[in-house]
Design a protein around this ligand. Structure first.
Ligand SMILES: [Zn+2]
Length: 154
């Protein structure tokens, strides 16, 4: 009768405080933290050079980061697709953006070849990447190839 409730750590995207929560909370509505940020917002969060490492390392879930830049046509084309897939994958993957031009130390360290690029991180380590804008169906397929499937809905 008692379900197994695993504890997991989820870093706040805003204040980077690490929250210990039961993993079955992920199916609930967003939980607001001390700093006022939703624990798992449906939209991608913005990372910068300071928040990137602490967030990636304590994200609790896989993190998909889009490395983007202003005045980049393919980045602009992909932005609404990234946002909509973020909502679909809420509770499965945490979606984040990083402005590669504004915070170059992170893309340099990861040998970024161009924008937009997607990098998937698990437990702080990069496990997959792809460069170039993707349509929604291609992004879903790419995530599925990494073992990440859309949560059941309805
Ligand atoms: Zn916070």
């Amino acid at each position: 009768m008692a379900a197994c409730r695993k504890q997991m750590e989820l870093a706040c995207h805003r204040c980077l405080a690490v929250n210990n929560i039961a993993d079955d909370w992920l199916v609930d509505e967003p939980v607001y933290q001390a700093c006022g940020a939703p624990l798992l917002p449906a939209e991608p969060v913005n990372l910068d050079a300071g928040s990137f490492d602490p967030f990636i390392q304590h994200a609790g879930l896989p993190v998909l980061v889009v490395f983007r830049a202003d005045e980049c046509g393919p980045c602009e084309m992909m932005a609404p697709i990234f946002d909509s897939i973020a909502a679909e994958m809420k509770g499965r993957v945490r979606f984040a953006r990083l402005d590669a031009a504004a915070h170059p130390q992170i893309p340099i360290r990861h040998h970024l070849r161009g924008v937009p690029s997607l990098m998937l991180f698990r437990d702080g380590a990069e496990v997959a990447r792809t460069t170039g804008a993707m349509e929604a169906h291609a992004l879903r397929r790419w995530l599925a190839s990494q073992g990440i499937l859309q949560a059941k809905v309805q």
